[in-house]
Write a protein that binds this ligand. Structure first.
Ligand code: SIN
Length: 294
């Protein structure tokens, strides 16, 4: 009997660049995340610069821009290069707030910090945001407050072929009530928070690559299997993410850093290790498209 030995390695992508026509990038880790120096996002960007940012985003999934000085309009204008701006479901029915800006603020009085747990943003929406751009202006004086990101193409590639084939046939429910009521204790808008079904393995519309698309923040269960089977499948997927540091990069914020991530192929987690100090930022997200079945 022959025993197939599965490789635990996912090779570095040869196609990934560090030099673009209008800037160079400094990788944060071999598989995900890069810093871009030399772009001032408060100024109008040329077509070449926008095209390069889009290509670098597809290559590195998470892009970090240091020393940026943006007001809300400049932050939103940069976001609009990538699509229409998203309105967060927690903003519906709250006319006192800018619907396109999500404030991410944690102080000693906070009951929670946003995004403390692996997730992809608002995957409960029928059309979840394709990406988010978080601009942090205040970091904790004690240090910390980093954000972890994970490469979900790579998570998908680490699955064995039979497991991948099995998961490819499944869909899962993503429910906004779980984080927004369960964790944040927020009052739902009229009609409740969104709840939608998406494929467990989807395909990135730009790169065409397959992605493992379940997350512990929003995914409540797999459709069409027993609840206990669903729990075991989801725990297996969530556990892969938690225990494989090679999937990750860690962004250390400095004041006036903007980080943009692709929600279609990454997950992220905010680290609240700075109590009782404070951290402040504002996030803009960009509407995507319905996650396609592979
Ligand atoms: C989020 O989930 O968007 C918040 C991430 C962070 O604050 O680092």
């Amino acid at each position: 009997m022959t025993v197939a030995v599965l490789s635990k390695h996912v090779p570095i992508e040869e196609t990934r660049r560090t030099e673009y026509a209008s800037f160079k990038v400094q990788p944060i880790s071999p598989h995900i995340g890069a810093e871009i120096r030399g772009l001032d996002l408060s100024k109008p960007l040329s077509e070449q610069q926008i095209a390069d940012v889009k290509q670098a985003w597809a290559d590195w999934l998470v892009l970090v821009f240091r020393d940026q000085h943006l007001d809300r309009e400049a932050h939103k204008a940069f976001g609009r290069h990538f699509g229409r701006l998203h309105v967060h479901p927690m903003h519906h029915g709250r006319p006192d707030q800018d619907p396109e800006i999500l404030v991410v603020k944690t102080t000693a009085k906070s009951a929670y910090t946003a995004g403390e747990g692996w997730h992809t943003d608002v995957s409960c929406d029928a059309i979840p945001p394709l990406g988010s751009l978080l601009y942090i202006t205040q970091t904790p004086e004690c240090g910390g407050g980093d954000t972890l990101f994970a490469n979900m193409y790579m998570a998908c590639e680490m699955l064995s072929p039979p497991m991948r084939t099995f998961l490819e046939g499944l869909t899962a429910v993503h429910d906004g009530a779980m984080p927004y009521i369960g964790n944040y204790r927020s009052t739902p808008p009229e009609g409740g928070y969104p709840r939608h079904e998406h494929p467990v393995i989807t395909r990135h519309p730009v790169t065409g690559r397959e992605v493992l698309y379940v997350n512990s923040g929003f995914t409540t269960h797999i459709v069409g299997v027993q609840r206990w089977e669903s729990r075991a499948i989801l725990d297996m997927c969530f556990d892969l993410l938690r225990r494989e540091p090679k999937l990750h990069c860690r962004v250390r914020w400095e004041p006036n850093t903007l980080t943009m991530w692709d929600n279609r192929c990454t997950q992220h987690q905010a680290v609240w290790d700075y109590y009782p100090y404070s951290r402040y930022g504002e996030r803009v997200s960009v509407v995507g498209e319905e996650p396609p079945a592979r």
